[in-house]
Design a binder for this molecule. Structure first.
Ligand code: SF4
Ligand code: SF4
Length: 184
């Protein structure tokens, strides 16, 4: 469990953005919509084979290659495989206000006791200190992420069952954007 102390001291400001460099950043339909509204084009969207990363089955989707299904994960593109494409000079995030939920909640998750806890196997090098406001914000984002992942998983299943055999990545993205918009 994360210790609650006096204030959030902004450890990211002192860090070399290890999380933005070390991880493939998985995104959902919701992250897609939030970023599509702010960033021109879809050049920042990428997919990786689901076999190359650890990802829950629920968030994998099929694209067909010469008639054969392959499982993929939707993610942010990386810049020469060295960091997230949105990581700017001085290690600042270029889309900070619209960054994906996985970035918002990192390095936290909801622990088995229902409290905020560090993610397992996280690589964040610092011990965070959270004041009440920061703690509440992280917790709300963790809960929001959980709901978004549930819906995204449901829509991935729908895509896989009905649309994947005759679909492509562009159609998958359009399908996901329409699902978020329909859901209000
Ligand atoms: S979350 Fe951790 S690893 Fe990522 S930028 Fe902040 S301090 Fe660095
Ligand atoms: S979107 Fe921003 S916070 Fe998230 S990995 Fe990329 S640069 Fe880092």
């Amino acid at each position: 469990m994360v210790q609650m102390e006096s204030s959030l001291n902004g450890p990211c400001a002192e860090c070399t953005a290890k999380c933005c460099k070390n991880y493939v950043v998985a995104i959902t339909a919701y992250d897609l919509v939030r970023l599509v509204d702010k960033v021109d084009s879809l050049d920042w969207v990428d997919v990786v084979k689901a076999t190359s990363v650890e990802i829950p089955l629920a968030h994998r989707f099929f694209l067909f290659n010469e008639g054969f299904p392959e499982e993929y994960l939707l993610c942010l593109k990386r810049d020469n495989a060295e960091s997230c494409i949105f990581l700017g000079k001085n290690n600042y995030c270029g889309v900070y206000n619209f960054r994906p939920m996985t970035c918002r909640v990192y390095p936290f998750q909801k622990g088995s006791d229902g409290e905020l806890a560090y993610k397992e196997k996280y690589r964040c090098p610092v011990s965070w200190t959270l004041d009440k406001h920061a703690r509440t914000q992280f917790f709300e984002d963790v809960e929001k992420q959980k709901k978004e992942l549930e819906n995204y998983g449901k829509w991935c299943r729908e895509w896989n069952a009905k649309l994947a055999p005759s679909g492509n990545l562009k159609m998958f993205l359009e399908f996901m954007i329409s699902k978020v918009k329909e859901s209000g």
